[in-house]
Design a binder for this molecule. Structure first.
Ligand code: ADP
Length: 396
């Protein structure tokens, strides 16, 4: 069966058609600038050339129409008609405390996702628009919601409650939720397979480090702690996000710069992290290049990024009272050789021994610790779309 996977943002719509039997991506694309005068539709059929066209995309429904047109195009399409799509899987950022697993979408589910809007005001409304547009354009096809937060709902109160007055949790559900759950689940399951242990008998730390980054402690198949919080701003240093800071900083900057707290939070989300530390870019390809050219700030940015990961890995090894496997994934984790080496060189106390030759690879599933390393370390490329397709298939 073919599953259409949708990741809808406020002005964009990413899509992938996956054959659930072979688990192959048949084609993928991105609609951008939805709501602007000129929209863009990109589509790449598997093994084919990228097609890019300008097209007015006044709303998400028109973006879905464009997706269908691409998928079923007589010459460059990959299916004859939409009857060949069995279900649609939607990535939904925030499921609050309502959802600890994926669900088939009905009116009640939509209401609950809407009830989480205040927790993810940028993402959830866009996800709902995508779901509604999908239902309208493809009536009769089942839609499934797969939440970024669901995997972390297994966390215990001691890990998810903030030490702030309880009324804020009661009234506004302010607590740690964590994100990248689909990826942490996918990668930790694969890690257990790679060390030949049952999923419910292995302690894994997953470092999902891309532009956005989070670390997760997965003990016996359950997320027991994770670095992101109420929102994705918390945790390790990221491409443009600050990660953990003293909350008082928000007040000081707001007062000194005559800004609102919302302005400061925007700066912490979009103009901080590696971008701010390096003064160059959020992209580690640029940072590595600058380091090679002797740029001191770029070096510090890379070191601070690695330092934050080392800090969390150490914390989570302590939280689980041990660790069997550490997995690196996402853009930086899969490609940044130097960063992985920097992190691993600080984990010798855990019994981590690096295999430098194996570590000298990119975008490939591989063990990068030596055979006699007490803790095994892997690069495991994540595939959130495939994970969403698997969940969708299971539910329908
Ligand atoms: P997100 O999904 O959070 O937007 P990704 O997981 O796609 O981010 O990661 C993107 C980041 O991965 C880039 O900003 C860059 O820092 C890093 N990256 C991607 N490819 C490479 C590469 N070949 N070498 C080094 N870093 C890379």
């Amino acid at each position: 069966m073919n599953i259409l996977v949708i990741n809808c943002g406020s002005s964009s719509l990413k899509f992938q058609l996956i054959d659930s039997e072979s688990e192959k991506c048949l084609g993928k694309g991105l609609c951008e600038r939805i709501g602007e005068a000129k929209g863009v539709v990109n589509f790449t059929p598997d093994g084919g050339d990228k097609i890019s066209l300008e097209k007015p995309l006044p709303d998400h429904k028109s973006a879905f129409d464009a997706v269908i047109a691409q998928l079923t195009d007589e010459n460059t399409g990959i299916i004859k008609d939409m009857k060949e799509v069995g279900a649609v899987g939607h990535r939904v950022i925030h499921g609050g405390e309502y959802f600890s697993e994926s669900v088939v979408i009905d009116d009640d589910v939509i209401k609950k996702i809407e009830a989480c809007n205040s927790l993810a005001p940028l993402h959830n409304p866009a996800n709902i628009i995508g779901i509604k547009a999908s239902m309208e354009v493809m009536p009769g096809i089942k839609n499934v919601a797969v939440f970024d937060t669901a995997f972390h709902q297994t966390m215990d109160k001691k890990a998810y409650l903030y030490a702030i007055p309880n009324e804020y949790y009661e009234k506004y559900k302010i607590r740690r939720y964590g994100f990248h759950g689909t990826s942490h689940s996918f990668v930790s399951k694969r890690a257990a397979e790679l060390v030949n242990k049952p999923y419910d008998k292995v302690k894994t730390i997953v470092c999902h480090i891309g532009n956005g980054a989070s670390i997760c402690a997965v003990e016996n198949g359950k997320s027991v702690d994770t670095s992101m919080g109420l929102t994705p701003l918390a945790g390790v240093v990221m491409g443009t996000r600050s990660g953990d800071i003293d909350p008082s900083i928000v007040d000081v900057i707001a007062r000194e710069e005559n800004l609102t707290t919302a302005d400061v939070i925007d700066i912490l989300n979009k103009k901080s992290g590696v971008t701010a530390l390096s003064g160059i870019s959020a992209d580690f390809r640029d940072i590595s290049g600058a380091i090679e050219n002797g740029d001191e700030r770029a070096k510090v940015a890379m070191e601070a990024y690695a330092h934050a990961i080392v800090r969390y890995v150490g914390a989570y090894a302590a939280v689980m009272n041990g660790v069997d496997v550490i997995a690196f994934t996402a853009g930086v984790g899969e490609n940044q050789i130097m960063l992985r080496e920097m992190v691993m060189s600080h984990l010798e106390y855990l019994g981590v021994k690096i295999n430098k030759e194996a570590n000298n690879t990119r975008s490939k599933e591989i063990m990068i610790s030596s055979e006699d390393s007490k803790v095994k370390v892997f690069v495991i490329p994540t595939n959130e779309e495939l994970a969403i397709a698997r969940e969708t298939l299971e539910l329908i």
